[in-house]
Design a protein around this ligand. Structure first.
Ligand code: ADP
Ligand code: MG
Length: 443
């Protein structure tokens, strides 16, 4: 959704570095989930010495008008994998997409500024190939020495990348002799660089970041400590229906906040004022409420709501019961009574999965609910719970509170983490080599 300019929006330049965007895991949990980790070969299993390693990373960083990187967390997040390969004496040939050039060479979406920043972060030169395939790139690869790093130009300058074109995939694969995927955020898409290439490698292995995502998201879903709670919010129901219906039968408690609440409210016949309502989803909301009767999870809705006539930093707010929003007013955050209700409901939870902010957190007057949930999850984590956050805006919201270090795991993948939570197989993960498989070329 669009907010007026008056509202202070900083989805990019917020929060600490990558170290801060990923949580810590206690020893106990690490051993407990061993059997659960998807059975994939990872970079830890490989000595990369003198090998040319095609590494799919997610360097889709925000750039300003001067093509300066405004948030380098995604680059930092890939460093452990790149450093492991180079420390082994392997050659890193990194590739990524940036933005949506739609198959055209768009100079503003060149990865060149990323090569510069990567070089600074690694403390060594990073060479750059103007095209991700072709003679120049092959030449540069041919000249590499053990421990070198090369970054290829934006994969999506070729339409064949998103088409998962086999010829393009083969050309890309010819750059390396082993493949590493550390781009969890792109794993839900079967593109040439995430899925197609794996057909041309004997081994396709998970990077550290990928491994961590699979482990923590997988543990939350596969073997959750109970009570297991999910908190869902964000703007709309659409896009989250599958995750609601899936989690409804897995979790013990399902808390709903954010803008999606009001479509449910409308379905219940409440007065919703000018709040965000998806008219074409009201019937669906009604069905979900019916299904919830027989579901495993207890559904908890907010009881009060912060309202204002406009989304603005200086908005005049008041708090009303959730079923009595006056005409002309919008519900923009969960109210204090709801925060208390959610706190009580979550007390003692052993696993919590959170997707979607509780309100329009980008604006200070409507950020309290989201902040309160972040604090609550930090406290639950201290008490031994596993807490996992998925979703781009949710991750940004938690980073804004500075509490991201205190949660178990903040997923780096928006759409990918959602699909994972829906229980869908992600093609970029499925395509990786299973542990114990002999080195064979997949077909
Ligand atoms: P994620 O990216 O974590 O999956 P979403 O994209 O679903 O989350 O939702 C994030 C957006 O939801 C935020 O921009 C926030 O402003 C908006 N939002 C939250 N609550 C409301 C509300 N009550 N009314 C309108 N928008 C809301
Ligand atoms: Mg979002």
């Amino acid at each position: 959704m669009r907010h007026p300019n008056r509202c202070f929006l900083t989805p990019g330049g917020i929060g600490p570095g990558a170290e801060g965007s990923t949580g810590t895991m206690t020893k106990k949990n690490e051993t407990e989930d061993k059997g659960l980790m998807m059975n994939k070969v990872t970079v830890s299993d490989i000595n990369f010495r003198s090998r040319r390693v095609l590494v799919r990373v997610d360097f889709n960083v925000p750039l300003d008008d001067n093509r300066e990187i405004t948030d380098d967390r995604r680059i930092r997040a890939a460093l452990p994998t790149l450093q492991k390969i180079m420390a082994d004496g392997g050659m890193v040939i990194a590739c990524s997409h940036l933005g949506r050039p739609k198959g055209k060479h768009v100079p503003e979406l060149s990865l060149r500024p990323v090569a510069k920043r990567l070089s600074e972060l690694l403390g060594q030169p990073v060479s750059f190939a103007e095209d991700c395939i072709g003679p120049e790139a092959s030449n540069l690869v041919g000249k590499m020495n053990d421990g070198d790093c090369l970054l290829l130009e934006n994969l999506r300058f070729h339409k064949q990348e998103t088409d998962n074109d086999p010829e393009f995939a083969e050309k890309l694969a010819s750059m390396g002799d082993i493949y590493v995927n550390d781009a969890f955020g792109s794993a839900h898409r079967a593109h040439a660089s995430t899925e197609g290439v794996t057909r041309f490698f004997r081994q396709s292995v998970a990077g550290y970041l990928m491994e961590k995502e699979i482990r923590y998201l997988g543990q939350a879903l596969g073997n959750p400590g109970r009570p297991f709670a999910a908190i869902l919010g964000g703007a709309k129901i659409s896009g989250k229906i599958d995750v609601i219906t899936k989690l409804m039968n897995q979790v013990d408690l399902l808390l709903i906040g954010g803008g999606m609440v009001f479509t449910f409210c409308k379905a219940k016949g409440y007065a919703v004022g000018d709040s965000l309502v998806e008219e074409d989803k009201i019937e669906l909301a009604r069905q979900i409420l019916e299904q919830a009767e027989g579901a495993r999870a207890r559904l908890v809705f907010p009881t009060d709501v912060v309202i204002a006539s406009d989304i603005a930093d200086d908005a005049r707010t008041s708090i009303v019961d959730i079923d009595k929003i006056p005409d002309g007013m919008k519900g923009l955050d969960i109210g204090p009574a709801s925060i208390k209700l959610f706190e009580e409901a979550l007390s003692g939870a052993k696993t919590v999965v959170w997707n979607g902010p509780m309100g329009v957190f980008e604006c200070e007057p409507f950020a309290d609910g989201t902040k309160a949930i972040a604090r609550l999850l930090a406290d639950l984590t201290d008490a031994g719970a596993v807490t996992v956050v998925g979703g781009g805006d949710s991750a940004a919201a938690v980073a804004r509170t500075g509490l991201d270090n205190r949660l178990t795991h903040i997923s780096t993948g928006g759409g990918a983490s959602l699909e994972f939570l829906e229980g869908k197989a992600l093609p970029g993960i499925t395509a990786l080599t299973d542990q114990g498989k002999p080195e064979t070329v997949r077909s």
